[in-house]
Design a protein around this ligand. Structure first.
Ligand code: GDP
Length: 393
């Protein structure tokens, strides 16, 4: 499918930058338009792929912001998104609206600009355009503390309501010991891009041969049309020996099918990759039998595809998810050096990580309230004398 993609806040902009990088490295086409919106000038300047004219600085007239960010306060993020909506909408006039299937708004939910601003933008886009608005939200890791959890839990509610589907990525699940914050983010942003682009770019042909069961972007749209939150599963495997050039040649003579490969190998490979994807780390861990619909995309050279493998994988997934609403298709990429599988588990309703985030947020809320109350008493103690002898002027 083709999307207009908007990164809101620091994490939002960085993830969109990685989507564009991944697209360009793999010859995919997903983002027909990319925009980064932020209240911190320095973060916008760091992006590599979002065109300079498509980086919008908001909140410049707000005394609390002035180009230096929203101070991890989502109320500020939401306010400046509303105040500067004309500027954002003007930038959105560049969207080739007849060529896109929808919008994707991306943000980290634990901070201020993206946490507060992304749901506001998603709502504005839904009101203004007929195309669906999807979200991609990053949850903070638990060790970031109470305030990011509090911000994220609040933003999650409004972002889910403002979008047709909110795909989540959980930093807590993906953090790795030994990573510095920045290298950790760089790595996780690549993991996000690999999953999102493999899944959503399906259906956009790059000149590769059309396969028997090529995925259509309407299948992707249908799977996303559930509302709620979603998770993505992924796995990939290198191609077996035999150069890609050789395979491409054989594939051209045999109408996309390499007769020399044993069909049962390919069946097992495709089926195995789907199972492996669903059993390994999801973008956010969820009980997969709580998903309403699923979508399986197998991406790679057509000579590696197996319709039998796909059928088996689908039957297996039907049993695992306890659902018959499973769409599956191929995404032929002649030049790819791997066979990749992405599975969208749409509208998952049992997600322990969200329950834990909400518990942490509720605790944080009462701590924040308590600290605010005691701080007022402490200031009073400090500026008045113990016996109350002195009158203020
Ligand atoms: P904002 O600019 O005010 O929206 O705030 P940030 O985007 O800087 O941070 C919000 C949250 O996003 C943080 O609490 C982190 O959990 C997360 N975050 C920040 N940068 C990155 C990043 O590059 N990658 C990922 N995966 N998460 C990030």
């Amino acid at each position: 499918m083709n999307l207009a993609v908007i990164g809101f806040g620091n994490a939002g902009g960085k993830v969109v930058d990685k989507l564009l990088a991944f697209e360009s490295n793999t010859g995919r086409s997903l983002c027909r338009f990319a925009l980064a919106v932020n209240s911190a000038e320095i973060d916008l300047a760091k992006l590599d792929y979002v065109p300079r004219d498509n980086r919008i600085l908001i909140g410049q007239t707000d005394q609390r912001v002035k180009g230096r960010g929203a101070g991890a306060d989502p109320e500020v993020g939401a306010t400046i998104a509303r105040q500067d909506h004309h500027e954002i909408e003007r930038a959105m006039d560049g969207v080739p609206i007849h060529d896109i299937d929808g919008f994707l708004v991306v943000a980290g939910l634990g901070g201020g600009t993206g946490s507060g601003g992304a749901p506001v933008l998603a709502e504005t886009l839904s009101d203004r355009y007929a195309e669906p608005v999807y979200g991609l939200g990053v949850l903070p890791s638990a060790d970031e503390g109470g305030r990011p959890a509090f911000n994220a839990a609040r933003s999650l509610t409004s972002f889910t309501e403002a979008t047709e589907n909110l795909v989540l990525f959980d930093n807590d699940t993906w953090r790795q010991h030994g990573d510095s914050v920045e290298t950790g983010y760089d790595r996780t942003n690549e993991e996000i891009a690999r999953r999102v682009v493999t899944l959503l770019a399906a259906g956009e042909l790059d000149g590769s041969q059309i396969s028997e069961a090529a995925m259509d972007s309407s299948d992707v749209k249908r799977t996303l049309a559930t509302g709620g939150v979603s998770s993505i599963a992924f796995s990939s495997s290198g191609l077996e020996s035999g150069t890609r050039e050789e395979k491409g040649l054989i594939s051209r003579f045999t109408n996309g099918h390499d007769e020399s490969r044993d069909e049962s190998d390919l069946t097992m490979k495709v089926h195995g990759l789907v199972r492996k994807a669903v059993k390994s780390r999801l973008t956010i861990p969820a009980e997969i039998d709580s998903a309403e619909r699923s979508l399986v995309v197998v991406s790679g050279p057509p000579s590696e595809f197996s319709q039998k493998g796909m059928r088996r994988a689908r039957e297996w997934l039907e049993r695992e998810t306890d659902s018959v609403e499973i769409l599956a298709g191929d995404d032929p990429r002649e030049g790819a050096d791997r066979l990749s599988v992405a599975v969208l588990l749409s509208n998952v309703t049992r997600v322990d990580r969200i329950d834990a985030l909400q518990d942490q947020a509720v605790d944080a809320k009462s701590n924040i309230q308590q600290q605010a109350d005691t701080r007022e008493d402490e200031i009073n103690d400090l500026i008045t004398d113990d016996s109350g002898e002195l009158d203020p002027i």
